[in-house]
Design a protein around this ligand. Structure first.
Ligand code: AMP
Ligand code: MN
Ligand code: MN
Ligand code: MN
Length: 287
């Protein structure tokens, strides 16, 4: 499990959150694409973990438990991936339930805001794409706006309607960073900063964020991810080395129709980095 050359995909989504494939479907696609170590990391939810683990076992695919927790830090939304935790841990499950608890109300407010921008019935529209009633997300609204012809594709929906500051955006308070890291570590897992290149932090804010994450017991950072451009990999490789963080790799795959990065197709982690799976070797479920 140690070599840095391992084709690990430790970040992706199923229809238990905002992906379009079932956990079994994601497992089959990861396996077919040559993934050698897999983790399903649905947003704020571990409801797909048993199914993912079972499917991985049947395919002979080593598996790490996973989740992607929504966090509010310094007024901005950041994502923290948890890997290799006990999926039955009660405090983690309660924390995740509380984190996703506000999504229903937020979705109604988003629909109201979109109605004011001239788009009617967006709540009912988005709901048609939802696989898990507790997990309605902006992605489901985006699918509705694409399929109803308002926008040509998901990135366009975010640019025009759903990104921070756009007409359908509703500010939301997610989990605190200390709580998210604490739940993951309390359940025996490793906390990993997801796609650090996607946050609009100034250099000082970014340094404060990573420093606080590390001080709270966070141990990893995604370097090679489908949510980074290849020219961003060296910057986050340097961040991993500067802060003494383990490096992770994952496609952030959501859907065969939408995702530009398929499962297991990213470049390998650059040398010198220590991969997260080196520390998590004991937590891997071998088939
Ligand atoms: P939410 O947790 O409801 O705020 O939704 C966040 C999700 O929206 C992310 O996990 C992505 O799947 C998706 N998303 C965010 N920004 C974009 C974007 N610019 N283009 C496409 N999808 C996006
Ligand atoms: Mn998503
Ligand atoms: Mn994310
Ligand atoms: Mn993700």
């Amino acid at each position: 499990m140690d070599p840095i050359e391992l084709n690990a995909d430790l970040h992706c989504h199923s229809d238990v959150s905002d992906g379009t494939l079932s956990p079994e479907g994601v497992a089959a696609r990861a396996h077919a694409n040559g993934v050698q170590l897999w983790s399903l990391t649905d947003h704020d939810e571990v409801g797909g973990q048993q199914r993912a683990l079972r499917a991985a076992r049947e395919l002979g695919l080593p598996y790490l438990s996973g989740v992607e927790v929504s966090v509010t830090f310094a007024g901005k939304t950041v994502h923290i991936v948890g890997l290799g935790f006990d999926i039955e841990d009660a405090a983690l499950r309660e924390g995740l339930a509380a984190t996703r608890g506000g999504r229903g109300q937020r979705a109604h407010e988003m629909a109201q805001a979109l109605a004011e921008a001239g788009i009617e019935n967006a709540y009912e529209g988005a709901l048609r794409y939802v696989g898990n009633p507790e997990l309605i997300s902006r992605t489901h609204f985006a699918r509705f706006l694409v399929d109803s012809g308002v926008c040509a594709n998901t990135p366009e929906v975010f640019r025009h309607y759903l990104a921070d500051g756009k007409p359908g955006f509703v500010p939301h308070r997610w989990a605190a960073l200390a709580d998210a890291v604490g739940w993951i570590r309390g359940a025996g897992g490793m906390a990993v900063i997801a796609h650090p290149g996607r946050y609009n932090f100034s250099p000082n804010e970014e340094h404060a964020f990573v420093g606080e994450f590390k001080a709270l017991g966070g141990e990893g950072v995604e370097v090679v991810t489908g949510s980074h451009r290849p020219d961003e990999y060296p910057k986050y490789a340097a961040m991993a080395l500067e802060f003494g963080l383990y490096a992770s790799r994952g496609s952030d795959f959501h859907s065969p129709d939408e995702s530009h990065t398929d499962l297991g197709t990213l470049p390998l982690l650059p040398g010198k980095l220590i991969p997260v799976w080196e520390l998590l070797a004991e937590r891997v479920h071998m088939p």
